[in-house]
Design a protein around this ligand. Structure first.
Ligand code: ADP
Length: 272
């Protein structure tokens, strides 16, 4: 059974349609990348998936026990979020807010889960650090741990590597892939990085108001729309058959997730 089934979805702002007749599904364990030009409706679709923007027509059906508030969401980073004056532990714990209901305090189970997610992502040593003092890559790991605290079934990531350097970006993609493959949590990621999307995702939704393509990633690579978009988004140096390997290599530690490597980005702050 699909976790999410979008049926002939049309979404509009004040009568102006920005997503039209869109149908696709997300199944348990899928890794779906949503790609498309700026203004093609990706963030609007994300809002509707989260229940923040009601469709004008069509419907979003959730299945397999998924509830909208149990989607683990990692939003596009804003300057306000980057400067958030809370500890890492508080930020990760806030992922439990939606499932806490009316309870005024976090339970020991909430704290255990936050600790487990920080351990999984290799950031347990940062738990008392101030979020705003972290490097960009560390912040994204913290926000991923927060999103994982909110879900057992589906992560929704809106351009999560914006502003990260290539090596940290490669590490973050590896981390997402590991989470998806090891836990079976479905991943839905809005991405501008089409090469990485086609490499890592199981499915691609190419949006241009409606679906120009929806299907398996390997079929997208061979499709006309996929080939054209891939060619257009290549860096100029890659046009003549240059390397398409991702920048850098994520270090995989014994059976765990890719480690955060100190050398992979400049640290903004020391935590000693
Ligand atoms: P993308 O995420 O692919 O860049 P968006 O979903 O942000 O695209 O935007 C799709 C279209 O909807 C754009 O034309 C944008 O200007 C418009 N739009 C986005 N948000 C709003 C809003 N709050 N009110 C009116 N129009 C909006």
């Amino acid at each position: 059974m699909a976790l999410v089934q979008c049926e002939e979805l049309t979404i509009a702002y004040e009568g102006q349609v920005v997503v039209r007749d869109l149908s696709f599904q997300i199944h348990p364990g899928d890794y779906l990348c949503i790609v498309g030009e700026n203004g093609s409706g990706k963030s609007t679709l994300v809002k509707s998936l989260l229940g923040l923007k009601a469709p004008l027509k069509g419907r979003i059906v959730l299945g397999d026990g998924l509830k909208q508030k149990e989607i683990g969401y990692l939003p596009q980073q804003t300057d306000v979020q980057k400067d958030f004056p809370a500890s890492v532990q508080e930020v990760v714990l806030s992922g439990r807010l939606n499932s806490r209901g009316m309870k005024p305090f976090y339970t020991s189970r909430d704290r255990e889960q936050a600790k487990a997610m920080m351990g999984l992502l290799g950031i347990e040593g940062l738990n008392r650090s101030c979020f705003r003092d972290l490097s960009g890559g560390q912040k994204q790991r913290v926000l991923l741990a927060r999103a994982l605290c909110a879900t057992k079934k589906m992560l929704l990531l809106d351009e999560p590597v914006t502003g990260l350097d290539p090596l940290v970006t490669a590490e973050f993609y590896q981390l997402i892939k590991e989470v998806n493959q090891r836990s079976g949590i479905a991943v839905v990621m809005v991405s501008h990085d089409i090469e990485s999307a086609v490499r890592d995702a199981s499915h691609i939704l190419h949006l241009q108001e409606t679906a120009l393509f929806y299907g398996k990633a390997e079929e997208y690579r061979e499709s006309l729309v996929g080939r054209m978009f891939l060619e257009r988004t290549k860096a100029p140096g890659e046009m003549a058959g240059g390397s398409q390997e991702p920048a850098g290599n994520a270090e995989i530690t014994g059976g765990g997730m890719p480690a955060y490597t100190e050398t992979s980005e400049k640290r903004g702050t020391d935590f000693d």
